[in-house]
Ligand binder design. Structure first.
Ligand code: SFD
Ligand code: AMP
Length: 629
């Protein structure tokens, strides 16, 4: 591997990092406002925008559409839904801001060519109260095309992996990274930076090991860059304990939403019992949240996991029963019945073909006919995704009209506590259930807000040459380390002088799985286990200095794992700090097994101090800005 890397400097006004849903939203909006004021907007993505990020494979539903113009729901309805689903812990202002803007993102998607399902009267087909059905295999291609058109090709850098923020005097003034294809080191200098690098997968040992290794529900290429970037910049973080454990079709991770909501399916234990019914008394143990409709996602998991614990599994999605129920009204008219069955069969397969193709392959490979027999579902490994039903991310300012005068507001909507650093999507915390559409809307809000910040602070900060030169050395050091020691052993995977990224990742996953409430510890943990994990993570962090890379591809893996590590450490610290169990079904503190509203109905926030290299973890109150009860 040649060691000469050209340094490429890019000077811009707004740097958008990431090319996913949040970044594409920011690109469209910031370009619009930027053009009016001569603000230059640049985007950098580690992959190729038309297929990058979580929506790369496509989606079969838009999970957030409020329908304000149709009078379907109010902003307050949505805040209530989100807050109860997250067991009381959510930011009213951020959720409201997304809710009031999300419909316009959906209308833009339709205008750009995304096929939304329509009924005979031309209305959107709802999957559930908040969700719309789409034929969304090309969803990301369509959204990325609009973003690219807005930005112009000359302002887009693809296949460049961002490793570090540039921080001067506590302000974010750019980022550095490297090309994953060419020998190039990139230095982006900017007046404001917007972080939208998605969530984190691979912190916990996945269920899919061995031949299925790498398969996950959320994309394996979401590797914690948002969390790392914001933490490393010194931003206050929130809800780092609020992981997400989805229920999915077993082994290929097919989503369940369409089955529960569109097809109105039941999930049962192996004996055919509906555990949401038979175990409904357990919901009484979880305060007012247990009585919410729909029941919070973690409580639905919790009841299913209790079945498994008592040996009543596997859990089954009763697809055959759901299809039969939907077709029942056509019985007696053979032609109409056949037609309906065909439509339902198409819809069932399209649900997977649009967004989790491997589930359709697994069904085909194992002769599953959903109209004939049920399919197994189970809880997956934990993920960090604040755009779905998790909540971990940066603590950002709310909009002035909703939160001025409270602790939720400090000047520019979506700005983190680091001046000049904005965030959206999986990068922001405490505003769950925004999904693809809400993330796009949040990106648009952040893009517009960042342009305003730039107009108010219109100076390019000088970045010392030595600083970027030192960062270059650190970024490429794993290649040099490998070259230096590669001949020490006969197998280059095994060497006392370095560790390869895969080994490092497996070690991280084993620690988190066994001690911090992963699959093998039944999502349970306690203080003694967390202390042990903390001890082992110190050794792992030390060994992280010895990560080695054979080529650019492995260098990418090195940095992805360094990023993952920070998400893991933040999670561990937050789980250890919160002395209660608030999200059973996501994780269980066996030493504090109950909900404690008085002491713990609050945010757990934290911050890494870049100067002292120290963490602080602390509480912040949950404010009630809207009357939702
Ligand atoms: O139902 C760097 N999601 C669903 N949303 C819906 O609206 N409907 C659904 O049907 C959804 N389902 C679903 C979903 C996701 C997945 C994977 C499946 C099914 C199988 C959720 C949405 O996809 C999600 O909410 C948004 O995409 C989040 O947007 P954002 O912008 O926060 O993340 P991203 O889109 O993944 O983009 C991240 C970008 O960052 C880049 N990147 N670039 C430079 N340097 C680095 N170091 C970087 N690290 C990452 C990525 O390349 C990418 O461009 S259902 O199952 O929930
Ligand atoms: P999923 O396929 O699990 O990602 O879910 C897609 C959408 O349906 C999300 O908005 C979920 O919150 C919602 N959802 C999934 N399962 C249920 C359920 N059993 N009850 C209510 N909403 C659900």
């Amino acid at each position: 591997m040649p060691m000469n890397f050209e340094t490429v400097e890019v000077t811009t006004d707004l740097l958008i990092i990431g090319g996913g849903m949040g970044a594409c939203g920011a690109a469209v909006e910031a370009s619009y406002w930027g053009k009016k004021h001569g603000v230059k907007v640049t985007l950098v993505d580690k992959a190729s925008m038309p297929r990058s990020g979580a929506v790369g494979m496509g989606l079969s539903a838009i999970n957030l559409y409020v329908g304000l113009a149709e009078g379907k729901n109010t902003v307050e309805d949505y805040i209530k839904y989100v807050k109860y689903d997250l067991m009381g812990v959510a930011r009213d202002d951020l959720v409201a801001n997304i809710a009031r803007h999300v419909d316009s993102s959906v209308h833009l998607f339709e205008q750009w060519g995304l096929p939304l399902w329509k009924d005979d009267d031309g209305n959107y087909v709802h999957e559930g109260r908040w969700q719309l059905m789409i034929s969304g295999e090309s969803y990301k291609v369509i959204v990325a095309e609009a973003a690219k058109n807005a930005l112009g090709d000359e302002n887009i850098y693809e296949r460049v992996f961002i490793t570090e923020p540039l921080i001067i005097d506590g302000k974010c003034v750019g980022a550095v990274g490297f090309s994953v294809r060419e020998n190039k080191y990139y230095v982006f200098k900017a007046k404001a930076v917007m972080c939208a690098m998605g969530g984190t997968v691979g912190v916990f040992k996945p269920k899919s090991t061995g031949e299925g290794c790498g398969r996950s529900w959320y994309p394996p290429f979401s590797t914690g860059s948002s969390a790392y970037f914001t933490m490393k910049a010194g931003a206050e973080m929130t809800c780092q304990e609020v992981r997400f454990v989805p229920i999915r079709f077993k082994d290929a991770y097919g989503p369940v939403g369409a089955w529960f909501l569109l097809f109105k399916s039941r999930a049962t234990n192996a004996a055919g019992e509906n555990y949401m019914q038979t175990r409904k008394d357990e919901l009484l143990n979880w305060g007012k949240y247990g009585a919410a409709i729909p029941q919070p996602a973690n409580l639905r998991n919790h009841l299913g996991l209790l079945e498994i614990k008592e040996g009543k599994g596997p859990l089954m999605m009763r697809t055959e029963e759901a299809i039969a129920n939907l077709a029942k009204q056509y019985e007696g008219d053979e032609k109409a019945f056949k037609k309906k069955m065909k439509t339902l069969e198409n819809e069932a397969w399209e649900d997977f073909l649009d967004m989790t193709i491997s589930q359709a392959l697994l069904w085909a490979a194992t002769n599953v006919e959903p109209e004939v027999r049920p399919s197994e579902i189970n809880a997956t490994e934990p993920y960090f995704i604040s755009s779905h039903s998790g909540a971990s991310g940066a603590w950002v300012s709310g909009p002035e009209d909703l939160s001025a005068g409270t602790d939720y507001f400090w000047g520019y909507a979506q700005m983190t506590t680091v001046p000049g650093l904005f965030a959206a999507g999986d990068a922001t915390g405490a505003c769950a259930h925004k999904f693809s559409s809400g993330t796009h809307a949040e990106g648009r809000i952040a893009g517009k807000s960042a342009v305003k910040y730039i107009l108010d602070h219109n100076t390019q900060t000088e970045i010392p040459e030595e600083m970027v030169a030192k960062m270059k050395e650190v970024i490429f050091q794993p290649l040099a380390l490998f070259e230096e020691h590669k001949n020490f052993s006969t197998d280059e995977n095994v060497n006392p002088n370095y560790i390869i990224p895969k080994q490092y990742m497996f070690r991280l996953q084993k620690i988190m799985d066994e001690y911090v409430g992963g699959v093998s510890s039944n999502f349970s943990t306690n203080k003694a286990s967390l202390d042990r994990a903390a001890e082992l993570l110190v050794f792992l962090k030390e060994d992280g200095e010895k990560l080695a890379a054979r080529d650019l591809y492995e260098l990418l893996r090195v940095w992805e794992n360094k990023h993952r590590f920070w998400q893991a450490e933040a999670h561990l610290r937050a789980v250890a700090f919160r002395e209660e169990t608030r999200w059973p079904g996501y994780y269980f503190r066996t030493d504090y097994p109950t909900l404690q509203e008085e002491d713990w109905l609050c945010f757990v926030n934290m911050k890494w101090d870049p100067i002292k290299d120290e963490w602080s973890v602390f509480k912040r109150p949950v404010l009630n800005l809207f009357n939702i009860d």
